[in-house]
Every structure is written in C-alpha cells, then in structure tokens.
Design a protein around this ligand. Structure first.
Ligand SMILES: Nc1ncnc2c1ncn2[C@@H]1O[C@H](COP(=O)(O)OP(=O)(O)O)[C@@H](O)[C@H]1O
Ligand SMILES: [Mg+2]
Length: 473
C-alpha cells in the first residue's frame, strides 16, 4: 500500500539522474560492505588461527615434558614458570596452570589470572576434545583465550592443564572498527560523487536531444537530430523522432499546398464573377443580356458550391471519429443507377458502358454511388468518342472486386502515385476545361478508406486505364 503511493511520487519528483546516482551508490555501498565484512572476518580468523595453533603446540610440548619429567624438574619450571612474554612477533603473554586430580594447583606461571575451570573432564585428550576446550574469558580490561585440557601427570595420575593467552592487544585491534566505518563512509561518499558524475555524463545526450527538440517550431520543421552522435539507447529514439518529423513535415507541406490550391481554385470563379459583373455594370443592358450574365454567374456559383461541398466531404471523411451507416447493397444495381445518370453523356460521345457480374456488399449506398459516379465521369471525360467503358464485378473469399476499365487516353506512369492527392490533375488545362478540379479521385480514395477497401490504378497512355477496387463483403 505504502509502496503503491510512493512509487508514482518517486517517478514524478525524483529525476532519473538522482535515481541513477542513488542506485549506483547503494549498489556500491552494499558491495563494499560485503567485501569489508568478509575481509574483516577473514583477518579475525587468521589472527585467532595463530593463537589456537600456539595453544595447541604449547599444550603438546608441556604434556610431553610432564610424561618424561618429574613435577619439580627444571624443564617443567622453564616451560611453566619462565614462559616468554611474547611469542612470534607480537607481545602476547601466556600462562600455564596445572592442577591435580583434586583441582589443587600444582604449578603455575606467576601472575596467572584466576580463571575458573569448567566441567573438568579428566579423560585423556583427543583432537576433538581439544578443539572443544578452547574458550574466551574476559575481565573488565583483559581478554584471554584459553584451553583447558586433561593431562597425565607423572606416576600416571590424571590432572588438568590450563594454558591462557592474553589476547587483549589483538582483541583491541579487532574491536576497533572505527577505521572500517570511516573507510566505508568515505567510499560511499566517493561513490555518490562518482555516481552523480556518471549519471550526469550519461544524461548529457538526453539534454542535447531535448535542446534540439525544443528548437523545432513550425518554421523550422526541417531540423533533425543526429542519431550518430547519440548513444545506442537514444539513437533509436533519435531515428524515430526524425521519422516523426518527416511525417509531420510532409503533412504540413501537403496542408500548405492544399490551402494554396484551395485559394487558387476559389480565385478563378470569383475573378470571373467580378470581371463579368464589372463589364455588365459599365453600361446599360437589355433584360435578356442581364439574364444571360446571371445564368453564367449561376454556373460559377455552382462551381464554388461544389468545391466547398467536396472540401467539406473530404474533411469530414478524414475525421477518425466519423462513422458511416452501412446497408447491404447490390453492387450491379448501384452501378446501373449511376450509369443511367450518365447515359446521355455516354450517348453523346457514343461510348458503350457495360457492367458484368454481380455481388452484394455492406456499404453506404450514397457514398458508394458518389464513388462510382466520380470514376465513371472521369472515364467518360478521358475516353474519346466511340470508346468503351466496362465494369466487372467478382466476389471471392469474402471480398468483392470491382474493376473499371476504359480505352481512353490513359495516364503516364509518373502521375499514378499522386492521382489521389487533392487538386492533383494530370493536365490541368484540359481537366479544367471539362470542369475538373482534381478532387474526384481524392474523394474516391477517402470513400474506399471509410469502407476498409483498397484501390489501385494501372494505366497506359493512349491505351486506357484500369481501376481496381477491393472491399470486404
Ligand atoms: N479514366 C481516366 N483516364 C485518364 N485519366 C484519368 C482517368 N481518371 C482520372 N484521370 C486523371 O486523373 C486526374 C485526377 O482525377 P480527378 O481527381 O477525378 O480530378 P478531375 O477529374 O477533377 O480532373 C485527372 O485530371 C485525369 O488526368
Ligand atoms: Mg474527376
């Protein structure tokens, strides 16, 4: 519960740099603590191992003396009473005390500490027993390590031997952990600083990337990041960012192109209207002449209104939230309704329009008719007299395919990719003469998209055009 509340807080309030620094320092602290503890434990072990060995050697040599000499022999006195004040290189004092079977001290090193016996076992010593008989004894200012072991006294009597080693100095060195703590604190502090520097260095590329991104505005959409200068983790982000900018830039360019095209398209009919009205107003006319001007103006009004309607349709169709009402339609019926509408135009040019095959489809019938109408009007426009136009409908694997072919003027290869762009016309002069504004195929494409269909065009100049539409049934 607590963690649940804390996590978002950490994510929001604590920077990546701080988090990296803290994590790095924590990891370094844990590793250093483990290593320090291990080394400490190992050195303590090494120190005590030497003491155990000393006590074991001493016990063995005294036992040897006891077996071969009398209790008041010189050798024993030398081993027990005149013990050296140090062994090896260190200043360790050790004491020997030998007790008889009644626990009375027989002989002892002068100044031996009075350490009580524990559970005196008088069985002959064994290696196992010897190990177990080590123990520590602390008075308020001295620490001892001692071994209490049974011995065989001269004449075969059993006794107990106590060898005590003053390890106060060693103990003091071992218990003084101040140095360790200071070393740990200093190294933790160092790792904090190093961690901060490392995180700062690591984040530098991110700051550079942020700076580049900050500088990008509508007027400088051509700026790009240099993925090669970024570390591996960020270069993918840099590349993705550049690709996003490419897409935004091209959309923006298209938008700019679109608005300039739109202005251009509106300017022509409005200029025509202004010119015609000015000329008409320059002198008086007969009612018939005025009527003619108004009729010609009406044509321009229709043109403008159609342009606005088309633009509105396209912008609505681009809205991702747009939902269309679909019903089950018979493709051949819809096509023949549209063909009937264009019959007069086809007859005028003596173009035969045929439709083969049939299929049912779920579609918005108004949009479907508009799509067929745009395609058929193009085919009629760009097919010379006495030509033919053919619709072929097939349905297979839950897909309905509609192919519209004509033997018209065709389109050369370089125009094909741009045909669906708004206001794109292959030959604008010719297209304009026939009333085209280059929105027909853009509308067809948006209707196909709204129906999750696919459209493709293939064409050969002077041979004809084939448009293929595929829809899910
Ligand atoms: N069936 C066709 N045959 C030859 N050219 C065509 C055909 N259909 C479309 N085109 C070309 O595609 C261009 C774009 O068509 P469209 O978007 O309908 O615009 P518009 O008809 O207003 O010129 C047309 O200018 C024309 O050059
Ligand atoms: Mg057209």
């Amino acid at each position: 519960m607590f963690l649940k509340n804390v996590k978002p807080y950490i994510r929001k309030k604590i920077s990546i740099r701080t988090r990296l620094t803290l994590f790095y320092s924590l990891a370094a602290f844990i590793i250093m603590t483990v290593i320090t503890l291990f080394l400490y434990w190992e050195s303590v072990n090494v120190l005590y191992k030497a003491d155990y060995q000393f006590l074991a050697d001493e016990a063995e040599s005294i036992q040897h003396i006891l077996q071969n000499n009398k209790l008041n022999s010189n050798a024993l006195a030398q081993a027990v009473i005149d013990v050296p004040a140090h062994h090896g290189n260190s200043i360790y004092r050790h004491y020997v005390r030998i007790l008889d079977e009644n626990n009375n001290t027989i002989i002892e090193t002068p100044g031996s500490p009075k350490i009580p016996l524990v559970d005196p076992a008088r069985n002959p010593p064994s290696a196992h027993h010897f190990k177990k008989s080590y123990r520590w004894y602390n008075t308020h200012d001295t620490s001892y390590l001692l071994v209490q072991t049974p011995v065989t006294l001269p004449k075969g009597k059993s006794g107990i031997m106590l060898i005590t080693l003053d390890i106060s100095y060693q103990h003091a060195v071992i218990s003084d952990r101040k140095f360790l703590i200071i070393a740990l604190l200093i190294s933790t502090l160092c790792s904090l600083c190093l961690g901060f520097l490392a995180a700062q260095r690591g984040m530098r590329s991110l700051y550079t990337l942020t700076d580049t991104v900050k500088k990008i505005t509508v007027t400088s959409l051509n700026q790009r990041t240099d993925p090669k200068s970024l570390p591996k983790e960020l270069s993918a982000l840099g590349v993705a960012f550049n690709q996003m900018l490419d897409r935004i830039e091209s959309s923006f360019d298209r938008l700019k192109q679109f608005s300039s095209d739109l202005a251009h398209e509106l300017r022509i009919p409005i200029n025509n209207l202004i010119g015609e009205t000015e000329i008409t107003l320059s002198r008086a006319h007969s009612p018939e002449e005025y009527q003619q001007v108004l009729m010609s103006n009406l044509e321009e009004y229709h043109r403008i209104s159609q342009l606005i309607e088309n633009i509105l349709f396209l912008s609505r169709a681009e809205n991702p939230q747009m939902e269309i009402q679909k019903t089950s339609i018979y493709v051949q019926d819809e096509i023949s309704i549209v063909c009937e509408y264009y019959e007069a135009m086809a007859d005028e040019k003596n173009i035969s329009v045929t439709c083969q095959g049939k299929a049912a489809l779920r579609a918005n019938s108004i949009m479907f008719r508009r799509m067929i109408s745009n395609l058929l009007s193009n085919a009629l426009k760009y097919t010379p007299d006495n030509g033919w136009i053919r619709f072929t409908i097939t349905s297979q694997d839950n897909r309905v395919k509609i192919i519209l072919s004509d033997n018209g003027i065709g389109i050369s290869q370089e125009h094909l990719p741009k045909l669906f762009d708004r206001f794109y016309r292959v030959d604008s002069a010719r297209s304009q003469l026939s009333g085209g504004i280059g929105l027909g195929l853009a509308i067809v494409k948006s209707i196909v998209d709204l129906h999750q269909g696919v459209i493709s065009i293939s064409s050969m100049p002077d041979q004809g055009t084939v448009i293929q539409l595929v829809f899910p049934a």
